[in-house]
Unconditional design. Structure first.
Length: 389
């Protein structure tokens, strides 16, 4: 693909995703005072310096200690793709597939990561950001970043020999730079599903190039979807990501699990209205915050304390593994937890029109529902359960 074609493809991907979410972004940046500007300057400087050191060490190992990479998998990751356990950052995406012989590379441009799974992380985002400023200004900012990602990543892939390399998001600039690398033939390139794929715009249109050699996905339905959509023009290998096997029991009461999404800065209006008008005496609320909302727990807690006395937050590494309740009702605007819930036989409810569209293939009004009135929907579900006993 030419650079013009690549840029058009990137812009089209972003536009389709934005249209799907039906969001209009505006520039909400506030003016920064001198202290904020200084803090930002020193923070960026630290990120760049750390990235230069890490990239230099990585290049030294690639050229001088090639045996270090024997049988190693290179995983490109970021903070939001990890969980924190006792202050330690742990991978949450590739763990069900493999957890040994990994080299973690962070491509984040605005922060660095010291360790994941208690092992060193190589940060390259700062040097990518720095190098992008040296690229000819005839290119757009987006393409200067893409070209920077591709140049830095090519210098890494060039020295590999048959290693497995994993992108956890094919459609960001880093993922596309790996997929379109000049050295793709020297690696086995994999994509690992970290959210729902079916009906999600980046996966809905056939890719005009060989995107990945292997896809790790959650279920067989996703494999069939990819075959006739994103992967229509090429035939990758597919592997299923195993779900954790957990023994669960039915408990007295009504247990509602809410999985947040970042778009609402708190509870979705439908769920907050449910809390406000609830008349179920034995209702238990469990809230699972999106990784990018962990610092907003106080916003959710304030609402819960106002309307409910029986609630808790699920801060576990894996909610499916942590949950021991069989009669759980999972509610979310459009989190991928909906798909996970359905795959594991929980009653599942999406409460946003985007979720209704995204999970239309699951909605059957038996196990999976769309609702803009949770009180009514949950009462109907409980009534069905009572009459079926």
């Amino acid at each position: 693909m030419t650079l013009v074609e690549i840029e058009k493809y990137i812009i089209d991907l972003e536009a389709r995703e934005m249209d799907f979410k039906n969001q209009k972004y505006t520039d909400t940046k506030s003016k920064k005072n001198i202290c904020d500007k200084l803090k930002n300057y020193f923070s960026n400087t630290q990120v760049v310096c750390k990235s230069i050191i890490d990239y230099s060490v990585l290049m030294y190992l690639l050229y001088m200690k090639k045996s270090y990479f024997n049988n190693k998998r290179i995983v490109y990751t970021a903070k939001n793709l990890c969980t924190v356990n006792n202050g330690v950052l742990e991978d949450r995406i590739v763990k069900p597939i493999f957890h040994n012989n990994i080299i973690f590379v962070s491509h984040a441009k605005d922060y660095t990561i010291d360790k994941i799974n208690n092992q060193r992380v190589f940060n390259i985002g700062g040097i990518i950001k720095l190098y992008s400023r040296l690229i000819d200004k005839k290119h757009s900012l987006k393409m200067r970043l893409f070209l920077s990602y591709r140049t830095i990543n090519d210098s890494i892939l060039k020295q590999l020999n048959g290693n497995e390399v994993y992108s956890l998001c094919y459609y960001d600039l880093n993922g596309l730079s790996l997929a379109l690398s000049s050295y793709r033939k020297q690696i086995k390139f994999g994509e690992v599903q970290h959210g729902s794929i079916i009906n999600y715009p980046p996966y809905a249109e056939p890719a005009p190039f060989i995107l990945a050699d292997i896809f790790y996905v959650k279920n067989k339905e996703t494999i069939e979807y990819l075959k006739y959509n994103l992967c229509k023009n090429f035939k990758p290998e597919y592997q299923l990501i195993p779900y954790p096997k957990v023994k669960r029991q039915e408990l007295d009461g009504v247990y509602v699990f809410y999985a947040s999404t970042v778009e609402f800065n708190g509870f979705h209006p439908v769920f907050e209205n449910f809390l406000k008008t609830n008349s179920i005496n034995d209702l238990h609320i469990i809230v699972r915050l999106h990784p990018r909302e962990k610092e907003k727990e106080s916003i959710f807690r304030t609402v819960l304390e106002k309307y409910s006395s029986n609630f808790e937050f699920d801060n576990s590494k894996n909610w499916l593994e942590n949950n021991k309740i069989k009669n759980l009702i999972v509610v979310s605007p459009w989190s991928s937890s909906i798909e996970d819930s359905y795959d594991n036989d929980f009653i599942t409810i999406t409460i946003d029109p985007v979720g209704k569209e995204r999970y239309s293939h699951l909605i059957d009004d038996k196990q999976c529902y769309y609702s803009d009135d949770l009180i009514k929907t949950i009462e109907n579900i409980l009534e069905k359960k009572r009459t079926s006993i």
